[in-house]
Design a protein around this ligand. Structure first.
Ligand code: SF4
Length: 260
């Protein structure tokens, strides 16, 4: 980028807290989606993640609450098993830890107020920062080349995808989200680093370590300090595991799927 262009871009994004980084068709099903960044201008107070720019992948045409209710969240979550499944027009068995009526709904409602950055401006906004790909939504819903451009000057990133069987190029930025030892074995065979949710009585796999921010590890650090979950681009090489946690219905839904 030329110095003149860089200076004008820096002026535009300099004090911005949140912005739309990209809008387009979901790479998962073609629905209209938006990629939003929050925390661009100030330090995050989230104890687990620390100072990380959060990115949100949401449908452009309906609220995330409506999308979950109707199953239209497949546009941004693909075949993630934590979405739950539609039975007689109702979503049952949802075990995703994200409460969509909180931050994702707030991001959706605020969409009309956010500035829309070009990819070059987004790259500038993310330069030197730690970036979480998909605080809500699967990173693979956004085309890989958009992420590659946006993240070119990042300090580091963390990300997780359940679409690892279909989108191998995301190995560079993301961990393969695994919900079983069988998932872990398949992802390793395909060259991924993995982030596996396990039940409390499941043992670690070879080269797996416990997430240091987890309760079982004593919540020793946060993602900003750790930065292990950045796929193949992270300095860390181990795979990560965490014991299923969160609200009881979500834990029960996970354990039910494992037992099935
Ligand atoms: S292993 Fe590190 S980067 Fe990954 S979730 Fe745990 S604290 Fe965050």
């Amino acid at each position: 980028m030329s110095e003149t262009k860089r200076n004008s871009t820096t002026a535009k994004v300099g004090n911005m807290e949140s912005a739309i980084l990209w809008e387009g068709r979901s790479a998962l099903d073609g629905s209209p989606i938006a990629l939003v960044a929050t925390g661009l201008g100030k330090r995050s107070r989230n104890a687990k993640t620390g100072d990380i720019v959060q990115t949100w992948i949401i449908r452009r045409d309906m609220s995330p609450v409506e999308a979950v209710k109707t199953g239209a969240d497949s546009a941004i979550c693909g075949d993630c098993p934590h979405r739950g499944r539609m039975v007689d027009g109702q979503n049952v068995g949802r075990s995703c830890y994200v409460t969509v009526f909180q931050a994702p709904l707030s991001v959706y409602k605020t969409l009309p107020k956010y500035a829309r950055l070009s990819v070059a401006e987004g790259r500038e906004a993310l330069a030197g920062r730690l970036v979480r790909l998909g605080a809500y939504g699967d990173p693979a819903a956004v085309p890989f080349h958009i992420w590659a451009d946006l993240l070119a000057d990042r300090k580091a990133c963390t990300g997780y995808t359940h679409q690892w069987r279909q989108f191998p190029q995301f190995r560079e930025f993301c961990m393969a989200s695994c919900d079983s030892a069988a998932d872990h074995a398949d992802a390793k065979a395909d060259g991924w680093r993995t982030f596996r949710v396990r039940s409390a009585d499941e043992t670690l796999q070879p080269r797996e370590v416990v997430c240091p921010a987890s309760a079982e590890a004593g919540a020793k650090t946060n993602c900003a300090a750790c930065k292990a979950c950045g796929g193949l681009s992270a300095k860390a090489k181990a795979d990560i595991a965490i014991v299923v946690h969160g609200a009881a219905p979500k834990v029960n839904a996970f354990n039910g799927r494992i037992a099935a």
